[in-house]
Design a protein around this ligand. Structure first.
Ligand code: NAD
Length: 281
């Protein structure tokens, strides 16, 4: 008998997600009977009571684990028994695994961005890195960067309070300094920076353009985008034209799924094959 794996993805607007087919293709490569179902919450359904019921039902129905997305990545924590370091430092969970009666939360957005970043740019020590966007995905990026050798992480958001809250959240686990800055002060901070990461929705098909003035980029900088539909965003196009090293959001999307696959199954994911699946989905 093939090993049976049953996974769900709970969140709002999850039906078009590419994570379910990425997992099912990887399961098929391992000759598993791997079923991954999106569980879509309608607006207003993300209540504590519904979260508790869905976790209970998933466990009862023999699910192996769950991926968790917007808007319940934080709210789910109160219902879990244990958090892995990846989830604890960022205060958000995107992966829940059922271990008998216990539910354990992980955050593979954090580990996934970290792995993609290391693949693209190596794990050398860095000076100043600028993160643009302090929302849910920005928090995972900040946590991954804070855990690397980054001397100074500067978090910029149009909403300064959000940038400040994220900076104070990751400061305790950071190897270097972490500060929040206003978007208007970006020219001052980007001058002399090693690189920039975009974690805003700017660059998506539905949100064309760039979050900031790309004239500020210099050829010595690396430029990473976490937007992955399209893979080549306006920011990456302009950064390449200026001679910068770049990284698209595909690596993060693949590694977060691959890390979750490994947590769910205990089997090594074929990351090259998952990336190529993602590129053709
Ligand atoms: P979000 O709405 O929670 O956060 C976006 C943040 O960007 C907000 O805080 C907003 O104030 C800020 N912002 C918007 N415009 C800005 C600007 N011009 N300058 C500075 N800050 C600005 O969204 P999110 O959930 O964090 O996701 C952001 C994007 O990340 C998504 O649109 C998606 O494309 C991408 N994403 C990629 C992956 C992946 O695996 N590659 C995973 C999750 C999200």
């Amino acid at each position: 008998r093939r090993p049976a794996v049953l996974i769900g993805l709970i969140g709002e607007g999850v039906i078009p997600s590419l994570t379910p087919p990425m997992h099912e293709f990887e399961g098929a490569r391992h000759e598993m009977h791997y079923v991954y179902r999106p569980i879509d919450l309608a607006e207003g359904e993300a209540t504590e009571e519904n979260i508790a019921q869905l976790l209970w039902a998933a466990r009862r129905m023999g699910f192996t684990g769950l991926n968790i997305t917007h808007p319940i990545k934080q709210a789910v924590i109160a219902h879990l028994h244990e958090l892995a370091t990846s989830a604890r430092t960022v205060g958000a969970v995107n992966t829940v695994v059922f271990d008998g009666d216990r539910m354990v939360g992980h955050n593979t957005d954090v580990t996934g961005f970290g792995a993609a970043f290391d693949d693209a740019f190596g794990s050398d020590a860095r000076g100043r890195v600028i993160l643009i966007g302090a929302g849910g995905a920005g928090a995972a990026v900040a946590s991954a960067l804070a855990g690397r050798e980054v001397r100074e992480l500067v978090i910029v958001d149009v909403d300064l309070e959000r940038a400040e809250a994220l900076a104070s959240g990751v400061r305790g686990s950071a190897n270097g300094e972490v500060r929040a800055a206003r978007l208007e002060d970006l020219p001052q901070w980007i001058d002399g920076a090693d690189g920039v990461v975009n974690a805003t929705p700017w660059g998506m098909a539905a949100h064309p353009g760039t979050a900031f003035d790309t004239e500020l980029l210099s050829p010595t900088m690396f430029v990473a985008d976490i937007v992955y539909r399209p893979a080549e965003t306006e920011l990456l196009k302009r950064a390449k034209a200026r001679g910068c090293r770049t990284m698209s959001g595909l690596g993060m999307a693949m590694h977060q799924a691959a890390d979750a696959f490994e947590i769910f199954t205990g089997q090594p994911a074929d990351r090259a094959a998952m990336l190529s699946d993602l590129q053709t989905l």
